[in-house]
Design a protein around this ligand. Structure first.
Ligand code: SF4
Length: 76
C-alpha cells in the first residue's frame, strides 16, 4: 500500500499520487500516460494530472493495481 506521508514532491494535489518506493519501472506511465510521468532524472514517477474522465480513472486504477511495489495511492 502506498504511503501518503511519503509522496513524491512533483505530484499534483488530488487523490492519486506516487510515493518514493517507486522503482521507476515506467509501467504507470505506459498504462495511464495522461496522468503519470517520469521525473526529469527518471528516478521516480509522479501524477502530473489527476484523472478527469471515467476512462482516465479506470487506467489510473489499473496502474495502481499493476504497480510492482505498490507505490501508487488513491486517497479519494
Ligand atoms: S508502476 Fe509503480 S514502480 Fe513503476 S514507475 Fe509507476 S509508480 Fe513507479
Amino acid at each position: 500500500m502506498a504511503d501518503n506521508t511519503d509522496k513524491v514532491a512533483e505530484n499534483v494535489p488530488g487523490p492519486y499520487y506516487c510515493d518514493y518506493s517507486c522503482i521507476a519501472c515506467h509501467l504507470c506511465v505506459d498504462t495511464a500516460p495522461e496522468n503519470f510521468k517520469m521525473n526529469d532524472d527518471d528516478s521516480n514517477a509522479y501524477v502530473y494530472k489527476q484523472p478527469e474522465t471515467d476512462e482516465e480513472i479506470e487506467l489510473c486504477e489499473e496502474a495502481l493495481d499493476l504497480c510492482p511495489v505498490n507505490a501508487i495511492g488513491n486517497d479519494g
